[in-house]
Design a protein around this ligand. Structure first.
Ligand SMILES: Cc1ncc(COP(=O)(O)O)c(C=O)c1O
Length: 438
């Protein structure tokens, strides 16, 4: 009988190299079993904030293991989840006063979608149940989260399972959906969402967006005015705004939350990834008091019937508290700005390279879009670029022809420059035949 083997995510054994076995992590580095050092240039899927095995987070975890491993959060509570709520309350937009814990980014999104739909039902408007999402969006791999994500190879096989979603233009300036140039546009792409809401608001429960930066869709950076226009349209037509800050939260964009760049507050906000400093899985969905109040009452069907076994796990909460304490006591935003400054400097030197179609940056997130004939996630450039960087001791996982860097905040400037040197070299090597004019 064949022994049990691991089924790895996003992995095609016929094509992909065998997974690298990692034995240890420290700061921005991962170490393989055979002692090779890798710079984690993508913070292990954008989760890690302060560096791997951060001593303060590890100590907080060790301390928590002495007290409580886990307890259900229905009918029970515990100090770590209360303390984390207190701390999050100090950094979240002031209008978000309730927080619901779950497991990861996808469940944080599922919770937001379900809350939005049930909010309207509980408010006597059950016909408001449709969801509007943006082109190029990505919100996770569970079925509800896939439904609101744009069509892609990720979703192709599951059309029969997905619920219908109306899609509005996103502000992808490099490939403007309404044919404008950034310098002269008046965020005309936002008109589309306004029109969708004007005509359909009676049936629309919520709009979901990745605020300011669409990650998996290609590290697409939106002008803050776009998000302001989305907020205005939602307020005007009484449609809830869900900000999926699963990737952009906790300093990634240069502010604690991306919404802050646009000076707006959503009605629901999804958090995960960096919430624990990237150490343990934890999801959270924050909501306004208006939403919460619609769930109060003695009728049984008012209740939000949703809860995962590990909701508010004390160990994950302990890690999250320690991560927020690092923000409170260490110059984290100076580290973030130092990374952003290096990104700016290096992108400026790459801009205009004949192999590069576009450069994009928001805080610690920087990307180049290589001009390629087969642009997109399945671009043939991806595997060779991935291997090239690994051979240089750098973990980067290009999104097709988009090469991006999202380092832990603990990365040393020399290592970040090393990543950019490797990217420069990789771009020089891309065969001219795969280039196309921007
Ligand atoms: C914006 C956004 N939302 C949701 C998710 C899903 O998070 P998870 O992979 O933790 O389920 C992701 C993951 O990359 C994401 O980028």
């Amino acid at each position: 009988m064949k022994s049990l083997e691991i089924w790895y995510p996003f992995y095609q054994p016929a094509q992909d190299p065998p997974p690298l076995r990692i034995a240890r992590g420290e700061g921005a580095y991962l170490y393989t079993d055979d002692g090779r050092q890798l710079i984690d240039g993508i913070s292990s899927w954008w989760t890690n904030l302060h560096g791997h095995n951060h001593p303060r987070i590890m100590a907080a975890l060790a301390e928590q293991t002495r007290h409580l491993d886990h307890v259900l959060l229905a009918g029970f509570t515990h100090r770590p989840v209360e303390k984390l709520t207190e701390k999050l309350g100090r950094v979240l937009p002031p209008g978000l006063r309730r927080i619901f814990f779950s497991d990861d980014g996808s469940t944080a999104v599922e919770v937001a979608l379900k809350m939005a739909v049930q909010f309207w039902r509980n408010s006597g408007r059950p016909e408001k149940r449709r969801i509007v999402a943006l082109e190029n969006g990505y919100h996770g791999d569970t079925v509800g989260a896939m439904s609101v994500g744009d069509d892609s190879v990720f979703t192709e096989a599951f059309g029969s399972l997905l619920f219908p979603v109306e899609r509005a233009h996103s502000a992808y300036c490099y490939r403007c959906p309404v044919g404008k140039k950034r310098e002269s546009c008046r965020i005309d792409c936002a008109d589309h969402l306004a029109e969708v809401l004007e005509s359909g608001h009676d049936e629309i429960a919520a709009v979901i967006v990745e605020p300011l930066l669409q990650g998996a869709g290609g590290m697409i950076v939106h002008p803050p005015e776009f998000l302001q226009r989305v907020r205005e349209a939602c307020s005007r037509w009484d449609v809830l705004l869900i900000a999926d800050e699963v990737f952009t939260g906790f300093g990634r964009t240069g502010r604690m939350f991306a919404c802050e760049h646009a000076g707006i507050e959503p009605d629901l906000m999804c958090l995960s990834k960096g919430i624990t400093g990237g150490v343990l899985a934890l999801g959270a969905t924050a909501a306004t008091e208006r939403i919460y109040e619609a769930f109060l009452g003695s009728e049984p069907d008012r209740t939000f019937y949703h809860g995962h076994s590990f909701t508010g796990n004390p160990l994950a909460c302990a890690a999250a508290i320690a991560s927020l304490e690092i923000f409170e006591t260490e110059p984290v935003f100076e580290r973030i700005e130092a990374i952003a400054a290096i990104h700016r400097e290096r992108l400026a030197t790459l801009r205009g390279h004949p192999g590069i179609g576009d450069t994009r940056q928001l805080g610690t997130i920087a990307a180049i879009e290589i001009a390629a004939e087969d642009a997109g996630y399945s671009s043939s450039l991806k595997p060779s670029l991935y291997r090239f960087f690994l051979e240089k001791g750098i973990l980067l996982r290009p999104l097709g022809n988009v090469v991006y860097v999202v380092p832990p905040y603990a990365i040393a400037p020399a290592d970040l420059h090393g990543i950019w040197d490797a990217i420069g070299e990789a771009v020089d090597r891309v065969q001219p035949r795969s280039r196309v004019p921007a």
